[in-house]
Design a protein around this ligand. Sequence first.
Ligand code: ADP
Ligand code: ADP
Ligand code: MG
Ligand code: MG
Length: 542
Amino acid sequence: GCGICVKVCPFDAITIVNLASELATDKIHQYGDNSFRLFKLPTPKKGEVVGLLGRNGMGKSTVVNILSGNLKPNLGRYENPPEWNEILKHYSGTELKQHFEKIEQKQIRASIKPQQVHHIAQAFDGTGKELLDKYDERGVSRELIKELGLENSMEQSLKELSGGELQRIAVAAAASKDTEFYFFDEPSSYNDVFQRTGVARVIQNLAKIGKSVMVVEHDLTLLDFLSDYIEVLYGEPGAYGIVSTILSTKIGINVFLDGYLPNENVRFRDKKFSFDVSSSTTDIFEEGSTIVTYPKLEKKYSTFSVTIEAGQVRKGEVLGIMGANALGKTTMMKMIAGVENPDSGTVNKKIKIAYKPQYLQNDLDVEVISVLDKANGNPVEGSMEEEQILEPLKIKKLYNKSIKNLSGGELQKVAVASCLLQKVDLYALDEPSAFLDVEDRIAVAKFIQKFVRSFGKSAIIIDHDLQLMDLISDSIVIFEGESGVSGTATTPMRKAEAMNRFLKSLDMSFRRDERSLRPRVNKLESRLDKDQKSSGNFYYKH
Ligand code: ADP
Ligand code: ADP
Ligand code: MG
Ligand code: MG
């Protein structure tokens, strides 16, 4: 091997030789013997948002910890770590030297929104208000609370808050400190699209007042919208990660989707992700036979009620469900799946449905393989289903792990696979992108779509990742209303019509990237943004 790769090497021979010799001096950190190694570092930029884009296990949080001064880089010498003077010498002549000098002299104060917001709730005994009061050095807590929709969440103890509320309070606390550098590690988790755009505005405002901001994010629409620059992290998850040269947002995301870095001449994925327009516009809306119909459905809980306009799902169709949190999306899916009974209206189905819930049970001490065998109804090892579902989703390597030891992303993929293994007509998946990294989101979306189409099945999918929903949906139901109070859902609409309505409510317009054909958010108030909005074309024209 080339000495870099631990397992199978994804690079071609010529590239390996270059990479190995080039990288020797670029090793930034190694955690221990045979542990993860990080090569190269991104450089923070004053007044700009730099986005870090890469799979889980590529070292993004490691980068954040090093640049914020929480982790002293050891240049790979984990047994005999170098002193600061040696580290500074190593970086002499680079932009990073100044940065590390400030860290050494404790002149840098960095503010971090950590990846795991639940750790904040465990460590801080108090309310959201008390947390913000403690950190608000810029005197901006009132504006942040408004921008992030936290007005009704500040008096509760952090331990009682939902994941989305905790996430936004953590973003507010990080943004309210007065420092030069800000790091946001996965700020979108648990939030709906409206809350994500609030988070985006808060982060962008920091750059506007001259701060250096870095963001790790797996929601490509959000990352695209937020970032002025992108640095791609590639390598072998868990084994080593390499930081690319700095790229424009557009090029950075396209390079990531291509799986090929032209500047470095490195191919890091053997296939490229495409966003073919024709593959996402089908005639199912007109031609598909209906497999489930539902009349107007109503459901009331003590303080919440939801009304859902009548609709249907067709064979071969993916029905997307979009809308803010706490409007009844999960309730609708449960009523169609037969897990919850409507107060009025009966779902007319003679079909079988498999349901992947939003919240997954992660404390089971059972092996993944036994969960999969049960879902499949037969042992999966050596089966056709293994080849059709588990291999493409790369789950085979998890067979003998216990459910309770899986990472969030691994658990999500096992849950999606367990759903798809069931021999049913309709697959109902509630927020399948949660905890998945950027690459798995696209891979899982593409897989579900292909699976549904090639086997004549159907799917209903709730998700907040706009890129994923645009890629996967044939038709879309939109939820509107007042979160936690009352919700209404439209009948299934054609994708273009639904996306147009949804983007309008977000005050956001899309264009297609001319080369990759992926959807991109127009910069607010840009000419394209204004033109499209004034002509009512929030979703791009075909
Ligand atoms: P990402 O944020 O891109 O998912 P991380 O920087 O969190 O990646 O982790 C990269 C790799 O380093 C992972 O394989 C992780 O298990 C490993 N790692 C992280 N922190 C430590 C540590 N303190 N000791 C040993 N290994 C670690
Ligand atoms: P969404 O999936 O759109 O976020 P849900 O369907 O999960 O929304 O919930 C909508 C509202 O109904 C929320 O305010 C939630 O707290 C409430 N709710 C959901 N299930 C129940 C229940 N079993 N009992 C009482 N209230 C519930
Ligand atoms: Mg991380
Ligand atoms: Mg839900």
